[in-house]
Ligand binder design. Structure first.
Ligand code: SIN
Length: 525
């Protein structure tokens, strides 16, 4: 396998990474390497259910409406220019995926079927296999990448960025047998996804350990908005981890939420932050650990949602007769590596896209089904920028705030403890066992930095992060993942503690109001 001479090295193999790899190799004949810690199809994308939000049929819908819905969900922190790019370029990227072989669901006349989800004023979500959209998107892209990439490094764990002369030139990685190597490329694109594994209750697969965001933090690259973790309101309340997701499309189809007494308590089509908060408050008031999703009135559940139906049958649940127990679960990291509209980070030669990035499209809370879309839209823009010789960030998108270039959203630095200041704490229960330390960290994050937070709860989480940090000495991928979770965990707690207001997915019990003075990004330093 060649380890140098690549034009573009892509870290991660979800929709963003693979979209970039295909564009670079097929359209521009670049020598592309894709490096991933699992196998190519193993990514958070594969788990995405609902679909891709894109305005494919105009009238009554329009990209202006999609833009307005996205800005409303983002609670004042979206970058409007980034959202404009997202909604305008999305439809063409969906058509390209179809041309590549992705099969989206169609009605009997052959038109793409559109679903409605929370926060969308109209039905505009294309889907595949009912609610198996991510799996189909991933399948189509994997086939294309296997055909076109110069090098595929599966079971390789990216450890750190190599910066030479102020530019990212390579990454250090750990190979399948623990061997160390350096993979060099003219440009490096981080698409390693989010950090849902910081939490004990999450819809994210075990791979979602914030690796790219943590590498960026260690290299001093600007990272922002990490306090905004989206909790999905309808994860099945079941011991399986990741939690089986009951797609938002079920509520879009008419499923209702009921409390312990069988009463409705929220408009099911509100954005996820609103619904998750309402659920958590009801659960606390009624001293229960779940609410109910009532899909008993949905027509043709099995035909419309075959994968969810099959999963429920396996668990002994029949959606035609049973209310389904649900509770919020950590689902999406809204922040990440700050980028401009072309995906350029603050470090020349380093680019980011997808959940690992903070483009500015999600603000304080992502709109449903805008995640696959973001990866499909912004990753190819990275490739186009590289092709056009762009070598550093411009003052656009979320980067505008970081570069202090004006606009309505500013940036404020938030300090994470430096390595010297990180309080030496005794290791978590389980001593230096990284998997015990990871579980303890996850439980603490869910308890204290979940849907509802306060200064006191965040203080407890900070101590838990310090305890987990004490278990990060050593080698191996379990330790490397824990180190990354700790890195992002420090950042999340610091940014959440500094944000003394409630906004979008960040709810402070001690600061319940949204405060104009906090309409800025917290940039981790
Ligand atoms: C869902 O189907 O509810 C998840 C899709 C998304 O995260 O937008």
């Amino acid at each position: 396998m060649p380890t140098d001479d690549l034009d573009l090295l892509v870290l991660g193999s979800g929709v963003a990474g693979l979209s970039a790899a295909v564009r670079a190799a097929e359209t521009h004949r670049m020598r592309v390497g894709v490096l991933t810690k699992g196998e190519l199809p193993q990514s958070t994308t594969r788990w995405a259910q609902g679909g891709v939000a894109a305005v494919l049929h105009h009238d009554p819908d329009s990209t202006d409406l999609h833009l307005a819905d996205t800005l409303a969900a983002g609670a004042g922190l979206c970058d409007a220019d980034a959202v404009r790019v997202l909604v305008d370029e999305g439809p063409a990227r969906v058509q390209e995926l179809i041309a590549l072989g992705a099969m989206f669901d169609r009605d009997p006349e052959g038109r793409l079927e559109l679903a409605r989800e929370g926060g969308h004023t109209l039905a505009r979500v294309v889907h595949a296999g009912g609610a198996a959209t991510g799996a189909e998107v991933e399948r189509a892209l994997v086939v294309a990448v296997q055909r076109t990439a110069t090098a595929v490094y599966e079971h390789h764990f990216a450890l750190d960025l190599v910066v030479e002369g102020g530019r990212c030139r390579a990454v250090t990685a750990m190979g399948p047998s623990g061997e160390r190597l350096e993979v060099r490329a003219s440009d490096v694109l981080v698409t390693t996804g989010g950090a849902g594994q910081l939490f004990a209750v999450t819809t994210n697969p075990v791979e979602a350990t914030g690796d790219g965001i943590a590498m960026a933090l260690r290299a001093g690259v600007a990272v922002a908005d990490v306090e905004f973790v989206q909790f999905h309101p309808t994860a099945l309340h079941h011991e399986a981890m990741p939690r089986p997701l009951l797609s938002e499309a079920l509520r879009g189809h008419g499923a209702l939420l009921r409390d312990a007494r069988g009463q409705r308590f929220v408009d099911e089509l509100e954005p996820r932050d609103v619904v998750s908060r309402a659920e958590t408050k009801v659960m606390q008031a009624q001293a229960v650990d779940h609410v109910w999703l009532d899909a008993t009135d949905l027509d043709e559940f099995d035909q419309r949602f075959p994968t969810i139906a099959a999963a429920l049958v396996e668990l002994g649940l029949d959606p035609a007769t049973d209310w389904l127990p649900v509770a919020p679960a950590a689902h999406y990291t809204c922040g990440g590596i700050v980028t401009d509209l072309d995906g350029a980070s603050s470090l020349p030669g380093l680019w980011a896209a997808g959940e690992a990035a903070c483009t500015g499209v999600h603000g304080a809370n992502r709109l449903a089904s805008n995640s696959l879309l973001e990866g499909m839209v912004f990753a190819p823009r990275v490739v186009e920028a590289i092709e056009h010789g762009v070598s550093g960030p411009s003052a656009t998108g979320a980067m505008r705030a970081v570069l202090g270039a004006g606009g309505s959203i500013g940036a404020r630095p938030v300090s994470r403890p430096s390595s010297a200041d990180r309080v030496a704490a005794p290791a978590s229960a389980g001593g230096s066992d990284p998997s015990a330390a990871r579980s303890a960290l996850q439980r603490a994050m869910t308890a204290g930095a979940g849907v509802l937070r306060s200064a006191a709860s965040l203080g407890e989480v900070e101590q838990a992060v310090a305890r987990a940090a004490a278990s990060t000495a050593g080698e191996g991928s379990a330790v490397a993942e824990l180190r990354n979770l700790v890195e992002v965990g420090w950042g999340l707690v610091a940014a959440a503690a500094a944000r003394e207001e409630s906004r979008g997915a960040h709810t402070r019990l001690d600061f319940p109001r949204t405060v104009d003075a906090f309409r800025h990004r917290h940039v981790l330093v």
